[in-house]
Design a protein around this ligand. Structure first.
Ligand SMILES: [Zn+2]
Length: 101
Protein backbone atom coordinates (compact mmCIF):
# COMPACT_ATOMS: atom_id res chain seq x y z
CA UNK A 1 0.00 0.00 0.00
CA UNK A 2 2.80 2.43 0.91
CA UNK A 3 4.52 1.80 -2.44
CA UNK A 4 1.27 2.40 -4.33
CA UNK A 5 0.76 5.73 -2.54
CA UNK A 6 4.24 6.92 -3.52
CA UNK A 7 3.56 6.24 -7.20
CA UNK A 8 0.50 8.48 -7.22
CA UNK A 9 0.84 12.15 -8.02
CA UNK A 10 -0.14 14.52 -5.24
CA UNK A 11 -2.94 15.90 -7.44
CA UNK A 12 -4.41 12.43 -7.96
CA UNK A 13 -4.17 11.71 -4.22
CA UNK A 14 -5.87 15.06 -3.52
CA UNK A 15 -8.69 14.22 -5.96
CA UNK A 16 -9.30 10.85 -4.31
CA UNK A 17 -9.47 12.46 -0.86
CA UNK A 18 -11.92 15.08 -2.18
CA UNK A 19 -14.08 12.36 -3.76
CA UNK A 20 -14.17 10.20 -0.62
CA UNK A 21 -14.86 13.22 1.61
CA UNK A 22 -17.82 14.29 -0.57
CA UNK A 23 -19.27 10.78 -0.37
CA UNK A 24 -19.23 11.07 3.43
CA UNK A 25 -20.41 14.71 3.49
CA UNK A 26 -17.11 16.01 4.80
CA UNK A 27 -16.13 19.57 3.82
CA UNK A 28 -12.69 19.93 2.24
CA UNK A 29 -10.54 23.08 2.37
CA UNK A 30 -7.07 23.63 0.93
CA UNK A 31 -4.66 25.50 3.18
CA UNK A 32 -1.59 27.29 1.84
CA UNK A 33 1.39 25.23 3.10
CA UNK A 34 3.89 28.13 2.90
CA UNK A 35 6.06 28.42 6.05
CA UNK A 36 4.04 25.77 7.92
CA UNK A 37 7.23 23.87 8.81
CA UNK A 38 9.18 26.89 9.98
CA UNK A 39 6.80 28.84 12.27
CA UNK A 40 5.88 27.96 15.86
CA UNK A 41 2.21 26.85 16.10
CA UNK A 42 2.06 28.18 19.68
CA UNK A 43 3.46 31.72 19.36
CA UNK A 44 4.10 32.22 15.62
CA UNK A 45 7.86 32.88 15.96
CA UNK A 46 10.41 31.41 13.55
CA UNK A 47 11.64 27.97 14.64
CA UNK A 48 15.26 26.88 14.65
CA UNK A 49 16.68 23.38 14.09
CA UNK A 50 17.48 21.44 17.25
CA UNK A 51 18.69 18.08 15.98
CA UNK A 52 18.01 15.91 12.95
CA UNK A 53 14.29 16.62 12.40
CA UNK A 54 13.44 18.51 15.57
CA UNK A 55 12.56 22.22 15.57
CA UNK A 56 12.65 24.42 18.67
CA UNK A 57 11.15 27.81 19.52
CA UNK A 58 12.31 30.44 22.00
CA UNK A 59 8.95 29.97 23.82
CA UNK A 60 10.00 26.43 24.71
CA UNK A 61 7.95 24.59 22.09
CA UNK A 62 9.83 21.70 20.49
CA UNK A 63 8.58 19.05 18.02
CA UNK A 64 9.37 17.05 14.90
CA UNK A 65 9.16 19.17 11.72
CA UNK A 66 6.34 16.99 10.30
CA UNK A 67 4.31 17.49 13.49
CA UNK A 68 4.90 21.26 13.25
CA UNK A 69 3.82 21.32 9.60
CA UNK A 70 0.65 19.30 10.12
CA UNK A 71 -0.24 21.32 13.25
CA UNK A 72 0.10 24.64 11.38
CA UNK A 73 -1.89 23.35 8.39
CA UNK A 74 -4.69 22.23 10.73
CA UNK A 75 -4.69 25.70 12.35
CA UNK A 76 -4.97 27.36 8.92
CA UNK A 77 -7.79 25.01 7.91
CA UNK A 78 -9.69 25.78 11.12
CA UNK A 79 -9.29 29.51 10.45
CA UNK A 80 -10.64 28.96 6.90
CA UNK A 81 -13.67 27.20 8.41
CA UNK A 82 -14.26 30.18 10.63
CA UNK A 83 -13.26 28.49 13.87
CA UNK A 84 -12.07 31.09 16.36
CA UNK A 85 -8.55 30.42 17.51
CA UNK A 86 -7.08 32.36 20.43
CA UNK A 87 -4.68 35.01 19.10
CA UNK A 88 -1.02 34.16 19.33
CA UNK A 89 1.15 36.09 21.75
CA UNK A 90 4.80 36.94 21.22
CA UNK A 91 7.14 34.41 22.84
CA UNK A 92 8.56 37.03 25.23
CA UNK A 93 5.08 37.93 26.49
CA UNK A 94 4.29 34.26 27.17
CA UNK A 95 7.50 33.90 29.16
CA UNK A 96 6.57 36.89 31.32
CA UNK A 97 3.16 35.36 32.05
CA UNK A 98 4.81 32.23 33.34
CA UNK A 99 4.26 30.02 30.29
CA UNK A 100 6.14 26.77 30.72
CA UNK A 101 5.80 24.09 28.04
ZN1 LIG B 1 6.89 29.52 20.04
Amino acid sequence: MNGRLHRWSFRKFQSIIEYKAKLKGVKVVFADPAFTSSLCPVCGAKLSPNGHRVLKCKCGFEADRDVVGSWNISLRALEMWGVTIPPRKPADEQRVEGYSP
